[in-house]
Design a protein around this ligand. Structure first.
Ligand SMILES: Nc1ncnc2c1ncn2[C@@H]1O[C@H](COP(=O)(O)OP(=O)(O)OP(=O)(O)O)[C@@H](O)[C@H]1O
Ligand SMILES: [Mg+2]
Length: 446
């Protein structure tokens, strides 16, 4: 164990206090001493200690007051109480209040060291655990999972490009994480405090695309009964994510190019030239350079948007990331579905690593999520994998979280039918507890 912890010792008896200081200083710890409760409490508020060793009986603020104060600052900070000979009752009271342990006067210094070392180890564990949990939370919200060299390279590039305020083109097959990366670029830029607005260029008819992006004035066309601001205007100072740029209608490519040249635009039906300071991040699931070469995409637009190109490798080219990703999604969905599934059996994991994953990370995410639903034990086995996967012809159609909840509902309906409405049995079949089933029945209105 590392020997350098900040320790607070509190005792109103000078000789006793000096002994305590000596014991812990000799062990290499940084010791702060206080001769009364008030001084001790001030020290607790001003410093971070790993251990407090305090006398119980002191005039005014006693050891109990110190326990209460310390617990308010950090509920897990260990406190060792030094009690008078034969005062077991107050020792028990101190433990009830949250003291870690007690030691009776007179004590053997070796015994105190033992108890103190145990307390310090305990606190180290608690802190390590806290740190892990906070990293886990971080991962959940914005990390790109994948420790393999290809993903490391992507992460380094994102970190480099994000703050530069240049246009970024993200290229990758479906489900490789293009939108996730686009959001990361935004979050790591000076625009992070402003809006990130996505628009799917392939999903909107060309005439609507113009009003979506640039807005329109009242009466600009039938149905335009009031003025509307477009995404370009709304995302000013933020980031506009042009998703599926490759499917942007040719007729619109010239219009967006004009905007990109000087960041000025007109609302549809508007006569006033407006400006927007928006950063463009675009995504494409085909090699846009090839589209340009084949004459299917404007080269001038391509050149303007591809100042920086980020290529996301398909999952089959980096199978080394599959175990980590699978475990990440396992944690995510077992907590979402409130199931105690916490591992994937080795044979099944191998199957996952060997799969070609045409739908990439999204497909892997869907397979894990439905496996978590299907699993009755604590481990995902081949039997819990979706039928399609086991047959080797998994439908790679895009499934979103809406469909996941559909899937969950279907499973619940089946279980309820098979158990003839017996909730406890249905819950057992689904491998969840009855209260969870009740909650979900209510949520889905089954
Ligand atoms: N490296 C990663 N770590 C963790 N989750 C990831 C990673 N890459 C992708 N995902 C997850 O996979 C799913 C698909 O990612 P995303 O929507 O960003 O893909 P996409 O490339 O935009 O796909 P499409 O081309 O189909 O729109 C999302 O749920 C995303 O959070
Ligand atoms: Mg996408």
């Amino acid at each position: 164990m590392s020997k350098n912890f900040p320790i607070l010792v509190v005792d109103d008896d000078d000789r006793m206090r000096e002994l305590l200081v000596e014991i812990f200083s000799d062990q290499g710890h940084q010791v702060i001493a206080a001769s009364d409760g008030d001084t001790a409490i001030r020290a607790i508020l001003e410093n971070k200690f790993s251990l407090i060793v305090t006398d119980l009986k002191m005039p005014k603020q006693d050891g109990m007051a110190i326990v209460r104060q310390a617990k308010a600052v950090d509920a897990e900070l260990p406190i060792i109480m030094i009690t008078g000979h034969g005062s077991v009752n107050s020792a028990i009271e101190a433990m009830k209040q949250g003291a870690y342990d007690y030691i009776e006067k007179p004590f053997d210094p070796e015994q105190l060291k033992l108890v103190a070392n145990r307390a310090l180890r305990y606190y180290q564990l608690i802190r390590k655990n806290r740190m892990m949990n906070s990293t886990l939370n971080d991962l959940r919200s914005h990390e790109l999972i994948g420790g393999g060299s290809a993903m490391q390279k992507v992460k380094r590039l994102v970190a480099k490009i994000a703050p530069l305020d240049v246009s970024v083109m993200i290229q990758g097959e479906t489900g490789t994480g293009k939108e996730l990366v686009a959001r990361l670029v935004h979050r790591n830029s000076r625009r992070a405090g402003n809006l990130f607005l996505p628009i799917n260029c392939g999903a909107i008819a060309v005439n609507l695309l113009e009003s979506e992006l640039f807005g329109h004035e009242q009466g600009a066309f039938t149905g335009a009964d009031q003025q509307k601001k477009g995404l370009v205007e709304l995302a000013s100072a933020g980031t506009l994510f042009l998703d599926e740029l490759n499917s942007m209608p040719a007729a619109f490519q010239a219009k967006i190019l004009r905007f990109l040249q000087d960041r000025s635009f007109f609302r549809v039906g508007g006569g006033k030239e407006l400006r927007s300071d928006v950063r463009i991040v675009a995504a494409t699931n085909v090699n846009l350079a090839e589209e340009v070469a084949a004459g299917r995409f404007r080269d001038d637009l391509y050149f303007r948007l591809s100042v920086m190109v980020l290529r996301l490798p398909p999952l089959r080219e980096r199978p080394e990331d599959i175990p980590e990703l699978a475990c990440y999604f396992l944690r995510k969905y077992s907590s979402l579905y409130e199931k105690k599934v916490d591992r994937i059996d080795p044979y099944t994991l191998n199957q996952l690593v060997d799969h070609p994953w045409p739908g990439n990370i999204r497909e892997l995410e869907n397979v894990i999520s439905s496996s978590v639903i299907m699993t009755t034990g604590t481990a995902i086995t081949s039997a819990s994998l979706p039928d399609d996967f086991r047959r080797g012809n998994l439908v790679t159609a895009v499934e979103d979280s809406m469909k996941l909840s559909d899937m969950e509902q279907t499973m619940m309906r089946k279980a309820l039918q098979r158990s003839a409405g017996n909730k406890a049995r249905a819950a057992r079949m689904l491998g969840i507890d009855t209260s969870t089933l009740w909650r979900k029945i209510k949520r889905y209105g089954l």
